[in-house]
Design a binder for this molecule. Structure first.
Ligand code: BTN
Length: 323
């Protein structure tokens, strides 16, 4: 696309580039260059134009588009094809349609807002326009469906490592896959799959990160927070999305090759539950125990008061001091 070629050119240039030079490089007229510059400005790029000098890219702004997010240069599978929308009902739903139409593994659907963002257990996901990262990754893993829950754990680890290593935050994972900052949730992951009992056809992993959210509805105020609320700093969404995809690509490859055991150590290092008293709440019962580790399949291993070890597969696990 002409617009993005022009953008790449501005990004790689030191200082002003004249409209004439840009036109020559791209094989278009100066007025065509001006039209694309206006369109880029409209997207949020801060491009200065000075008569007789040309154009210079001053700041990228908080833009969400494929050229800012795709991971093609790093040679990743996840994120090499990124499609951005203004409005969707749910990025998971759009991604499922793409999957049914034969889209390749690694495709990512991103949106500025979702009118029907979905959370786990039938909940809704708060998706204010421009304030969060709402994206879904399409995967086609050749694994047993029983191993699927570990994909969600891999995605959780990817978000946690991306935010900590690349943005200097101190997030943690609350098993199985909520990401928390200062004891409150900043990210949730919803994995949905299509396939039969023996074979996975495709999996969509939906990731919602509260980046610059200022207000939450009363019902979730005590539990939810955003990076902005916790740090007082506004973060750009595209670099966050890109970083998560790069980390996810690396972790997912390890997982597909060697199973959860290959990422267990990193997961446990970041997991807030480990070494703490937790309350396990299932449909049948609710009990307190000490969380000691994760199993090779990603279950939470807890030590009960009677000395018995139990593996927790699903359900809610609460940790004291964490929402
Ligand atoms: C949770 O309940 O913790 C999971 C929330 C998952 C939200 C994300 S936002 C992008 C993707 N699209 C959806 O509709 N849901 C997921």
């Amino acid at each position: 696309m002409l617009k993005y070629k022009l953008l790449e050119y501005l990004k790689s240039s030191d200082g002003f580039v004249s409209g004439e030079e840009l036109g020559e490089r791209l094989g278009v007229s100066r007025s065509a260059v001006w039209k694309e510059i206006r369109s880029l400005r409209n997207d949020g790029y801060n491009i200065e134009a000075v008569t007789n000098r040309g154009y210079v890219l001053r700041d990228i702004g908080d833009v969400l588009n494929s050229s800012e997010i795709n991971t093609i240069k790093e040679g990743c599978v996840i994120g090499k094809d990124v499609v951005c929308y203004n409005d969707v009902d749910s990025t998971n739903s759009v991604c499922k349609i793409e999957a049914l139409n034969g889209a390749e593994e690694g495709m990512v659907i991103v949106a500025e807002t979702q009118s029907g963002g979905r959370g786990r257990l039938g909940r809704t996901w708060n998706s204010q326009r421009g304030e969060g990262v709402y994206m879904t990754v399409l995967l086609r893993p050749d694994i047993d469906p029983s191993k699927l829950s570990s994909i969600t754990l891999s995605a959780g680890l990817a978000v946690c490592e991306a935010l900590n290593k690349d943005f200097g935050l101190k997030t943690q994972i609350k098993w199985p896959n909520d990401i928390i900052l200062n004891g409150k949730k900043i990210c949730g992951i919803l994995t949905e799959m299509s396939g039969q009992l023996q074979k996975v056809d495709f999996v969509v992993v939906g990731i919602g990160i509260n980046v610059n959210v200022i207000n939450f509805p009363d019902e979730i105020k005590d539990k939810a927070t955003s990076i902005f609320i916790e740090t007082g700093e506004k973060f750009k969404r595209s670099p966050i999305a890109k970083s998560v995809l790069i980390h996810f690509d690396e972790i997912y490859k390890k997982f597909v090759e060697k199973g959860f055991a290959a990422i267990k150590e990193d997961y446990e290092k970041n997991c807030v539950n480990i070494g703490r008293k937790v309350r396990v709440i299932s449909r049948e019962s609710s009990f307190e125990a000490l969380a000691v580790e994760t199993s090779d399949n990603g279950e939470l291993v807890v030590l009960c008061d009677n000395g018995q070890k139990k593996e927790v597969f699903s359900g809610e696990v609460s940790v004291r001091g964490v929402y």
